[in-house]
Design a protein around this ligand. Structure first.
Ligand code: SF4
Ligand code: MG
Length: 321
């Protein structure tokens, strides 16, 4: 399959303003040089603690934020610095599903109009054709036809996320960036929404970038998983290897924290000392070195690059060079 999304050495820095004149006094290095690819039809899970840069990565790919450096290739086209109409056009092919469906939906709009909005922004339809299209989308996401005439506040959290998904699907995108789409939902409805996304992926030929702070949520959704730490990609592997054979000490700690119901399979929990450092002044060398139990002298001096150490398994760590 062809590569749909190719992110190369992406950096997204935010200026930090300070002092009386509100001058730029530094930068938050939210995303600090990451690279990855997603093939058409594939799901890449992107995992890390809050503030590690995963949402900023998603927003930069959608060009809701401007990258500071690097390249974003989408469907073979360089979209890094698109503007105006060409940026608008490419956005039809990439949509976002947000964490909080309530905040991302217009409360004053009937659900039918919420879903119609992106369609009408990009094309014309007869009233009848538009309504049929929306009824069809409601059915696809598992909502009853009368949802069309209701308002977002009349729905439960899980149903609201279905509305958000119908809206994202309305333009028949190729790529969906789902930013913690189930973390605001009750555990009992999380798997329903995950199953829905999985079914829609096959039906609509979707490619997913699936962002989560929790490795257990992405496990069944993802073909491959990338682990981010402090704006950097620590490790990328297929979804079996990352759990069975985590290479990066940070990934190993995350995996050890996943509850394991079977006491025989339970591993020693690795507890990380200290807090995640500030992305304004990230550590020199490996960003993880102040918390790493395996740190060597070079770890505080040389930043490890992401390298393939086994087939399809990349890691950024000096233990493997
Ligand atoms: Fe730990 Fe060094 Fe590997 Fe960083 S490069 S994760 S500090 S061993
Ligand atoms: Mg899938």
């Amino acid at each position: 399959k062809n590569v749909l999304l190719d992110v190369q050495n992406l950096k997204t820095y935010y200026p930090v303003k300070g002092g009386f004149l509100r001058r730029t006094v530094g930068h938050v290095k939210a995303v600090d040089n990451i690279s990855f690819k997603i093939k058409a039809g594939e799901t890449l899970g992107l995992v890390g603690e809050s503030g590690c840069g995963k949402s900023t990565t998603g927003r930069t790919i959608l060009r809701l934020l401007n990258p500071t450096d690097g390249k974003i290739l989408f469907d073979g086209k360089d979209i890094t610095s698109l503007r105006g109409k060409s940026l608008r056009d490419i956005r039809q092919d990439m949509q976002m599903v947000f964490q909080d469906p309530y905040a991302s939906l217009n409360q004053m709009q009937m659900v039918g109009d919420v879903i119609a909005e992106p369609i009408l922004n990009f094309g014309k339809r007869s009233k009848k054709a538009l309504k049929e299209e929306i009824m069809d989308l409601l059915e696809k996401v598992g909502l009853p036809p009368d949802a069309y005439y209701k308002y977002p506040h009349e729905f439960s959290g899980g149903q609201r996320q279905r509305i958000g998904i119908a809206r994202a699907l309305a333009l028949r995108p190729k790529l969906i960036i789902a930013d913690e789409p189930v973390s605001a939902l009750d555990v009992s409805v999380q798997s329903q929404v995950l199953n829905l996304l999985n079914d829609l992926q096959d039906e609509f030929d979707l490619t997913f970038l699936f962002i989560a702070h929790d490795l257990s949520v992405v496990k069944h959704m993802s073909d491959r998983i990338g682990v981010m730490y402090l704006g950097n990609m620590a490790e990328i592997a297929d979804n079996i290897s990352i759990y069975a054979d985590p290479l990066h000490p940070y990934t190993q700690a995350l995996i050890s924290a996943i509850p394991e119901p079977d006491p025989k399979k339970r591993k020693q929990r690795i507890v990380l000392e200290g807090d995640v450092p500030s992305p304004i002044n990230p550590p020199v060398g490996c960003p993880f070195h102040p918390r790493c139990q395996h740190a060597k002298p070079e770890c505080s001096q040389i930043k490890p690059q992401l390298k393939e150490v086994k087939k399809g398994h990349q890691v950024a760590c000096h233990l493997y060079s």
